[in-house]
Design a protein around this ligand. Structure first.
Ligand SMILES: *Cc1c(COP(=O)(O)O)cnc(C)c1O
Length: 376
């Protein structure tokens, strides 16, 4: 017998989350998550799931029937798109301009498919001309995959143009919208996006752990026409769909994360009440405020103005600034978390998030005041 450990309840402090995610969770979303758990086949829960689907369709601006939340974080949404669509031997054009494009490439290879990479430097958006060149040079390509909002750098790519290119060259598009959904303009149907995944903890003001995804009718046809079953049982959408769309006949696939789905329902309800376009505008407005302050402190942005993400502000660490010490002071003295640089930008930049509920005037003011004090 191991002796029972004596451990107190974990009581986290109320941090202000202005990093690359998770971001501040709306208090109403936290409250929703604490409501009583019901059975995941309870008729009332099924009604909630149906509403959740409608809310996801609104957030994505899509009529796609196959729209749902994967019961796992954004990375699982990424994997869901790749394992369901790709078959061994397929060719995929993968755009890399940061950490997450490289993860897409790894997914492609693990599916036994071939990745043709289009590389742009960190902080740059994906270059449509290079993508077109790659599409021309690889007529066998079936998919174009790219990250809409590169959280590792703060660069926004032109998803509308890239998806139009994919269509022109007969490819389906696979889009990472983990950081873009709710934070910047995104129109799945209008732009012709075929497979898209996001995450609950970035611009949706929700807790981490869920990944909204959506597949176009063309993508669904591809999935139905597969030669071999999806290698992942858990992420196989043909099995999951009978759970999400079965209505009263819904049958067990896995136990839905019931309370986390309450949270997502509440966060998307709040998004719908605010209005999607109003949410995009709020992120822009808060970014403008923060930018003025950061520029006033002498900090320089990593990404050039036209491609900057409002919800993820990467700034170079000033000369003599101690990366870890500054972040530690912000956390300890102000309960404020900002993000460290990732990959090529590790130790060189900070990533200041303005995502979802964190994109508020009081957060901007606190962050600027804290940085000003800490940087002296
Ligand atoms: C955060 C993020 C992911 C991964 O999401 P997790 O929820 O951490 O698994 C993928 N892509 C982008 C662009 C992200 O910002």
């Amino acid at each position: 017998m191991l002796a029972a450990p004596k451990i107190d309840a974990f009581l986290p402090p109320r941090r202000i989350l202005m990093g690359p995610g998770p971001s501040d969770v709306h208090p109403q979303v936290l409250a929703a998550q604490a409501r009583p758990t019901v059975g995941h086949l309870d008729p009332l829960f099924i009604g909630m799931m149906d509403e959740l689907k409608q809310l996801l369709q609104y957030a994505f601006q899509t009529r796609n029937e196959m729209t749902l939340a994967v019961s796992a974080p954004g990375s699982a949404g990424m994997e869901t798109c790749f394992v369901n669509l790709l078959e061994p031997g397929d060719t995929v054009i993968v755009c890399r301009n940061g950490v997450f494009g490289e993860r897409m490439r790894q997914n492609v290879e693990r599916c036994g498919a071939t990745a043709i990479t289009v590389d742009n430097s960190w902080g740059e958006p994906v270059n449509p001309q290079q993508v077109e060149d790659a599409l021309k040079a690889n007529p066998q390509a079936k998919y174009l995959a790219f990250v809409h909002a590169e959280t590792s750098t703060g660069a926004l790519s032109d998803a509308k143009t890239l998806c139009a290119l994919a269509q022109r060259y007969g490819c389906l598009s696979i889009v990472d919208a983990v950081t873009s959904l709710g934070g910047v303009e995104l129109r799945v149907d209008e732009w012709g996006i075929d497979a898209i995944y996001s995450g609950s903890q970035k611009c949706l003001s929700c807790v981490p752990g869920l990944s909204p995804v959506s597949f176009s009718p063309k993508a669904v046809e591809r999935i139905k026409a597969r030669q071999r079953p999806v290698q992942s049982w858990f992420l196989d959408q043909s099995l999951v769909m009978s759970y999400w769309s079965g209505g009263a006949k819904r049958s067990y696939h896995h136990t839905a994360p019931v309370n986390a789905l309450y949270a997502l329902h509440e966060s998307l309800r709040l998004l719908a009440a605010e209005g999607l376009e109003q949410s995009w505008q709020r992120h822009k407005d808060m970014h403008q405020l923060l930018k003025q302050g950061l520029t006033g402190l002498g900090l320089e942005f990593v990404v050039a103005e036209p491609h900057r993400l409002p919800q993820l502000n990467s700034v170079y660490i000033p000369q003599g600034g101690d990366d870890a010490a500054v972040r530690k002071q912000l956390l300890e003295q102000y309960n404020l978390e900002i993000g460290a640089g990732l990959g090529e930008l590790a130790g060189k930049a900070w990533r200041i998030g303005l995502m979802g509920y964190a994109a508020r005037r009081e957060n901007v003011a606190l962050c600027l005041k804290a940085l000003q004090t800490v940087l002296g």
